[in-house]
Write a protein that binds this ligand. Structure first.
Ligand code: CUA
Length: 335
């Protein structure tokens, strides 16, 4: 049943929001819940879907029956003249009202079930900031800032504070919980908890400009011990080899406009407008899930960001090919 619904939602495009984007990762799977909250939402959706199927079949069946049974058989036939049927009218008013009340009760129950994190599952805090068109993740207690790929320990509650620097975005990991808006000047809270290690696909779910569809993100849930290893690595700047392309790329980075917008810890780059690139080399994607992070894609992106992601705030920086190649080597060395 689930797989049928899954296919259906994909065909209808509900789950395939970002399928067109470079095919770098699969689209969000909306009915394959990997947390108690997502399963509650999925169960409600599944129940409502099948209720709708039954109602559709019954109403269309009655309609077809009436069309066939009471069709005009002769040209001069006059149907029996009736003036209302109180019992029938009360029934078809009451039945939908009861169905709506039933749906309302189930919906409110689900909203309460997913609104608050269950107690006693530990917790880390992450401040999420929506930008046109990427996501910033700050771990205030750990002193880590990263973008688009949210590392979390599996089985642990992650408390989220959501905000935006420009327009309204919506944070959505359908396998982990419902949507929460990220609104400028207002802090919303939400939580996620992945039951198992894995990579989950998220998508901005509020139209926010030309690259809304390419405002994707990932939750990478790892075991608590792997998370500690990740934290330790993130807290120290990546070491750049003292020689070779990467070393030259560092000079290019510090000498170009890059540092006006991007931070790489331990360098002159302290800009805050764009994603923090301190450990960009360890990411799997580029430009908020638009591309896989590969040398070719990074070169393409740096050569002309507008061609890859029209409207992006990342400007085109003119660099000689050799300098750009060195810069790519440097960025990819930042593990
Ligand atoms: Cu951000 Cu849509």
């Amino acid at each position: 049943m689930r797989s049928f619904l899954h296919v259906l939602t994909r065909v209808l495009g509900i789950g395939g929001l970002a399928l067109a984007a470079a095919g770098c990762s699969s689209s969000p799977a909306i009915l394959a819940g990997e947390s108690t909250a997502a399963r509650s939402i999925g169960d409600l959706f599944t129940l409502l879907f099948w209720m709708s199927v039954v109602i559709f079949i019954v109403t269309e069946g009655v309609l077809l029956y009436a069309i066939l049974r009471f069709r005009r058989r002769q040209a001069d036939e006059i149907p029996t003249q009736v003036h209302g049927n109180s019992a029938l009218e009360v029934a078809w008013t009451l039945a939908p009202a009861l169905i709506v009340v039933f749906i309302f009760v189930l919906t409110v129950r689900t909203m309460y079930a997913v609104g608050e994190a269950p107690p006693g599952s530990g917790g880390i805090n992450v401040n999420v900031t929506g930008h046109q068109w990427w996501w910033e993740f700050q771990y205030p207690d750990l002193g880590i800032v990263t973008a688009d790929e949210l590392y979390v320990p599996a089985g642990t509650t992650v408390n989220l504070s959501l905000n935006s620097t420009d327009v309204i975005h919506s944070f959505w990991f359908p396998q982990l919980n419902g949507k929460t808006d990220a609104i400028p000047g207002r802090t919303n809270t939400a939580w996620i908890r992945a039951d198992r290690p894995g990579t989950y696909v998220g998508q901005c779910a509020e139209f926010c400009g030309t690259q809304h569809a390419n405002m994707r993100m990932f939750v990478v849930a790892v075991s608590p011990s792997d998370f500690d290893v990740w934290v330790a690595r993130m807290k120290t700047p990546a070491a750049t080899p003292p020689e070779g392309d990467a070393a030259r790329g560092k000079q290019v980075f510090e000498g170009a406009a890059c540092i006006g917008c991007h931070t790489v810890q331990g360098t002159k780059g302290v800009g805050k407008l764009g994603p923090n690139l301190t450990h960009i080399g360890s990411h799997k994607s580029l430009a908020a899930g638009t591309l896989d992070l590969t040398p070719d894609n990074l070169t393409r992106w740096l050569r002309d960001p507008q061609a890859v992601k029209p409207g992006t705030l990342m400007p085109k920086v003119d660099l000689a090919d050799a300098d750009r190649n060195a810069l790519v080597a440097y960025l990819l060395s930042l593990k």
